[in-house]
Design a protein around this ligand. Structure first.
Ligand code: CA
Length: 249
């Protein structure tokens, strides 16, 4: 196994053809491997973004509050006491900034899923920088679309017991108290509301609510459902349909 999970992490690519002009997002890159950090920096600049780099968790949190990035690329394994899971947890206390977690191995992904820390996407190393840039574009597009109440957004107000969902204002309250949802969680909730009363399979939910497409594991739906249940409480009539998926209402 060796001491470092990061050895041989990256399939090096040619940063020169990464492509299109970006929208100038500030992207916080939290990565302790200088080789990967440099590569991500080059690719992000190529896309027109403004990367900001931190090599450990404490620095990442400091920079986050200083720079207020539009997106965080977060390595799971970081030196010092604050690893990627803890960084994400702390960010989530005050922010629904999109977070893409970079994990070194599939079993680390299981750990992240188990922690339910509210990441928006996961990329397992070794990854192709080009593929990661595709995810970055997708996440930023989704965030922009949500912020402007873009195509396919549900703009009505829906109430389930004490839970009130205002799609237009992109606001969710429980007994009048606003609840902060990650972009992915809000997208999932919006999809469930739109299809209230229907039993939806995990795959249907992934195809419908994950607007940028998805890869990997259908369990990712379970993770986000658990987050919604935890944040919105028992008033949300979100039932598990055994052997199938979920149904709202
Ligand atoms: Ca690392």
């Amino acid at each position: 196994m060796g001491g470092s999970c990061d050895d041989g992490d990256v399939i090096a690519g040619n940063a020169g053809d990464a492509g299109s002009a970006g929208n100038g997002a500030v992207v916080l890159v939290v990565e302790d491997d200088p080789h990967i950090a440099e590569l991500l920096d080059a690719y992000l600049r190529q896309e027109g973004h403004r990367p900001v780099a931190a090599s450990d968790g404490e620095r990442a949190l400091g920079l986050f509050h200083e720079r207020r990035p539009d997106l965080v690329l977060l390595d799971l394994g970081l030196p010092g006491g604050v690893d990627g899971v803890e960084v994400c947890r702390r960010l989530r206390r005050t922010s629904d900034v999109p977070v893409i977690m970079l994990t070194a191995r599939a079993d680390e992904l299981d750990r992240v899923l188990g922690f339910e820390v509210g990441t928006d996407d996961y990329v397992t190393k070794p990854f192709s920088p080009r593929e990661l840039m595709g995810r970055v574009r997708a996440v930023l597009r989704r965030t922009a679309a949500s912020a402007s109440g873009g195509a396919g957004s549900e703009t009505g107000v829906h109430a389930f017991g004490g839970v009130r969902i205002d799609g237009g204002r992109r606001e969710v309250t429980v007994d009048g108290v606003e609840v902060s949802l990650a972009a992915r969680e809000f997208g999932l909730l919006r999809y469930l509301v739109r299809h209230a009363g229907q039993a939806l399979s995990r795959r249907q939910i992934l195809d419908g609510a994950w607007e940028d497409g998805w890869i990997g594991d259908e369990r990712t739906v379970d993770v986000h459902v658990r987050q919604l249940r935890r944040k919105l409480g028992d008033d949300l009539p979100l039932a598990t349909v055994r052997g199938h998926g979920y149904r709202l209402g």
